[in-house]
Design a binder for this molecule. Structure first.
Ligand SMILES: *Cc1c(COP(=O)(O)O)cnc(C)c1O
Length: 431
């Protein structure tokens, strides 16, 4: 078979990158390697793999062939040098923060973040003294103002859950570069089909694959992508797990042995071998299958969301809609610049009738499901103030634009007319 050398375009990579027909059997679909251990060829090989002197499979907590195919696929789509798959989006953020920092360190955080991320960030601050330095606003200058000598990283989302705000990733990356800090972008709501943060200067990109990448709401997972560009070795004492010797690994210096993707290797060694939240091969398989249709799905998700958001904006029972692809919205210029196809399909709106109307609306939906996932084929609704954003402090809820009157929608791939009809009848019930 001739080898394809031309770089694959996005839709092709979504189907082919990182996987090939199984050399052992010819199986065209990615085989699911349900095995914990892999037989070593020799005691020398076993020792070398354990010492990271050579790569290879040993035990599925740290790496597995099915999971590796998913890692290669997501890395290709994000334009990353390497990726590490983990058991959830939550563990992706946890592993990134734990690998970069130790107690006493600090990092700058966007004030507008997914509720689960805020919960984790606040708990790590309170219990482990990993200090979250919240930017006062969404502008790159607000992120810059929050930086102190203790700061080790900057964290933001590409498109914010739940309000669909599109962040100025290139502007924030410029701040990060000026201060020699890695920029971490949670790209869950955009998926690489809409935004590839590495192209805008991000150093680390994470996903909850439970959302658009898996696509069907069947499986929880996460991925950490390493752009391979950040110069960890220039500040070894600040990023010691990545750039200083690991004494228990015969003095291994990750940046020296793996200069092209050292953060991913440090995450795998510490995050997977030691902390342990690896992804199941079954979940990796389901996620790979989902990714095959990602570009098609994202185009339809965006078109449907825009139709529904436009309908809501013009409805007399609706106070406001937060979907920056609509003309005149706050953040419209950033949305136009970063996501011409549309800022995904997760957004919020508020009812004039307040909390009671918001809850009646949700309970009156028939086609749209009342549940707490996002980014799946089916359309979903939730009341964030009493669920996903419940643990947030009042000022955090305000920053996330989550009030008692707010409803979050995740628009799926049904016919837009059917979705609008369901929303119309539920709005009539809610008044
Ligand atoms: C859902 C979500 C997470 C957490 O992912 P899980 O897979 O549910 O653990 C993190 N970030 C964002 C933006 C999310 O939407």
């Amino acid at each position: 078979m001739a080898t394809e050398t031309r770089p694959q375009r996005f839709a092709t990579a979504a189907i082919h990158a990182g996987a090939a027909p199984d050399p052992a059997t010819g199986a065209r679909a990615q085989p699911i390697y349900f095995t914990n251990g892999f037989v070593f060829e020799s005691t020398e090989q076993a020792a070398d793999i354990f010492a990271m002197r050579r790569t290879g499979f040993s035990y599925s907590r740290g790496s597995n062939p099915t999971v590796a195919a998913l890692e290669r696929r997501v890395a290709a789509l994000e334009g990353a040098a390497s990726a590490v798959a983990v058991s959830s989006g939550q563990s992706a953020l946890l592993l990134i923060l734990m690998t970069l920092m130790k107690s006493g360190d600090a990092y700058v955080v966007s004030p507008r973040l997914f509720g689960g991320s805020l919960g984790l960030i606040n708990r790590l601050d309170g219990r482990y003294d990993m200090k979250a330095q919240f930017a006062k606003g969404l502008d790159p200058a607000d992120f810059e103002a929050a930086i102190t000598p203790r700061t080790k990283a900057i964290v933001c989302e590409s498109i914010v859950n739940p309000c669909a705000t599109v962040m100025d990733i290139a502007g924030i990356a410029e701040v990060a570069r000026r201060h020699k800090l890695p920029l971490i972008v949670d790209n869950t709501l955009a998926s690489p089909a809409l935004i590839r943060p590495i192209e805008h200067g991000a150093d680390i990109v994470m996903h909850s694959t439970s959302k658009f990448l898996g696509g069907s709401g069947q499986t929880i997972g996460g991925v950490i992508c390493d752009a391979g560009r950040f110069d960890w070795a220039a500040q070894p004492d600040r990023y010691n797990l990545v750039a200083e010797p690991w004494e228990d690994y015969d003095g291994l210096v990750v940046t020296e042995r793996f200069p092209d993707f050292s953060f991913a290797v440090a995450c795998r060694l510490f995050g997977l071998r030691e902390l342990g939240p690896g992804l199941s091969p079954m979940n990796a398989f389901l996620t790979l299958t989902g990714i095959e249709t990602l570009p098609l799905r994202m185009a339809r998700h965006c078109a449907n969301a825009k139709a529904v958001a436009g309908f809501l904006r013009d409805h007399p029972a609706v106070e406001w809609v937060s979907y920056p692809a609509l003309p005149g919205q706050a953040g419209e210029a950033l949305a136009t610049r970063y996501v011409p196809e549309g800022p995904g399909s997760i957004f919020t709106f508020a009812l004039k009738g307040g909390e009671a109307a918001a809850k009646r609306f949700i309970m009156s939906l028939k086609l749209i499901s009342h549940l707490v996932n996002i980014g799946e084929i089916k359309s979903l609704a939730i009341h964030p103030a009493t669920t996903t954003h419940r643990q947030l402090l009042p000022h955090e809820k305000a920053a996330a634009l989550v009030g008692p009157e707010t409803v979050r929608l995740s628009i799926g791939l049904e016919n837009a007319e059917d979705l609008i009809a369901d929303i119309e009848q539920a709005l009539a019930q809610a008044e």
